[in-house]
Write a protein that binds this ligand. Structure first.
Ligand SMILES: [Zn+2]
Length: 420
């Protein structure tokens, strides 16, 4: 066996085992706390809601365990099982092996097969789990129309990008990874720029917020924070799900504020204002740019590594591939890399949670900290988010700090503000 085959198998086994172990801990911790609402929330969240959140988290985590096993099996089938080689041979019968068309056919078919394999999981998640807990509001027709639209958008942007990448890899010599990286950065910025006005409206309807009271409240918050945005929009998310949220999108003066209609219908105006102040905090502390910088830095490092691996015969041979090539290298690399980078997940989560605390602190300064705490309690209850995650599971994955910690800090901030 090749040394790298062994390294890959160990990394894959380790990451899958860690995922399963964390999931089991999470389920056990939630079960142990299912019968008592944490003292800090007693009177604010009912035992029935607490139990519902526990059951919801448990079934989602169980499905996640199944997905972990399925993903590992699919990865092995594609690589050591010879799936990628089989695909490459099949396309070679109709397209010139190693040509652009062959490369793009490979990339598209791998993406297609992966999404077909993922379909049973997303169907089960939406129509069994979300439906059972009363969150799903979409029928099969909307689900499949969304899927078709997403595939069309992915093809429209993805195929030209794949062609550009393969072309640069073939034509620009040893520094191809740098040119590809610059192209990806430009592409990413383009998508972020056109997303709010061209892509998001394909899936949802956006209408200017017409509630005058809420709008003037939001406008005065924006003025207080010295923030300019091009409009506050209501998104018809209730068409698909009853989960609530709010976000900012776009760049510079073209920024838009988007409120899910489900959020507006469930929170009181001061709470909505506090949630928006939190989102403003992300902008004011440049979290969007910082996250993008980390993402761009990581992709530069990955492409540099790929630039080296691409030249090594053992890279292909040790992963079940007999026909090396640029498209094959890209596919193999982005399939196999997550097994090696999984252990960095806690760092990414930690970074994200630090941003959430900073945004909460910003909200506590510019809006009502108590209203934000109340909004969080309401959102936790409405979204059936568990209040008692396993601490290790949470440290590993959670992009947001546990409710208890966030609310404790907000209460502290609230008291601090009322002191002379
Ligand atoms: Zn946030």
């Amino acid at each position: 066996m090749h040394g790298f085959t062994l390294a890959f198998l160990i990394a894959l086994a380790l990451s899958a085992a860690t995922r399963l172990w964390l999931a089991r801990r999470h389920i056990r911790h939630i079960a142990a706390n299912r019968e008592t609402v944490p003292a800090e929330f007693s009177g604010r969240i009912s035992l029935a809601a607490h139990r519902k959140a526990a059951d919801y988290a448990t079934v989602k985590t169980r499905l996640g365990m199944l997905e972990t096993l399925a993903a590992a099996a699919v990865l092995l089938a594609f690589t050591l099982g010879g799936g990628l080689q089989l695909l490459s041979d099949a396309w070679s019968r109709v397209l010139e092996a190693g040509g652009y068309a062959h490369g793009i056919a490979m990339i598209v078919s791998v993406a297609f097969i992966s999404s077909i394999l993922d379909l049973p999981f997303s169907l089960y998640r939406t129509f069994v789990i979300e439906a059972r807990f009363g969150f799903n509001r979409m029928g099969l027709a909307v689900f499949f129309v969304d899927l078709a639209k997403a595939a069309a958008v992915a093809a429209l942007f993805g195929i030209p990008l794949a062609f550009c990448t393969l072309w640069l890899m073939a034509k620009t010599g040893n520094l191809w990874w740098l040119y590809v990286w610059l192209t990806w950065v430009a592409f990413n910025l383009l998508v972020v720029t056109i997303y709010p006005t061209l892509i998001a409206p394909l899936f949802n309807k956006f209408t200017p917020l017409d509630d005058a009271g809420l709008r003037s409240r939001i406008e005065s918050l924006l003025a207080r924070c010295g923030f300019r945005a091009r409009g506050v929009f209501l998104m018809d998310s209730s068409k698909r799900s009853s989960h609530g949220n709010a976000y900012f999108t776009g760049f510079g003066a073209a920024k838009r504020i988007v409120l899910f209609d489900t959020l507006v219908s469930r929170l009181a105006p001061p709470e909505i204002e506090a949630v928006l102040a939190h989102e403003l905090g992300h902008f004011s502390r440049h979290h969007v740019w910082k996250r993008m910088a980390v993402l761009f830095g990581a992709s530069l490092a990955l492409l540099w590594v790929l630039g080296w691996l691409l030249e090594q015969d053992w890279f292909y041979a040790s992963l079940g591939v007999r026909s090396p090539g640029t498209a094959m290298a890209l596919i193999l690399f982005f399939m196999v890399a997550p097994a090696f980078t999984f252990m960095l997940q806690p760092l990414a989560s930690l970074y994200s949670r630090r941003h959430e605390f900073e945004a909460d602190a910003f909200a506590a300064r510019h809006a009502d900290a108590g209203a934000l705490a109340q909004a969080l309690v309401n959102l936790y209850q409405d979204n059936a988010a568990t209040l008692t995650p396993d601490p290790l599971h949470s440290a590993f994955y959670d992009s947001h700090p546990p409710a208890l910690q966030r609310i404790a800090r907000l209460q502290h901030a609230g008291i601090g503000e009322t002191l002379p």
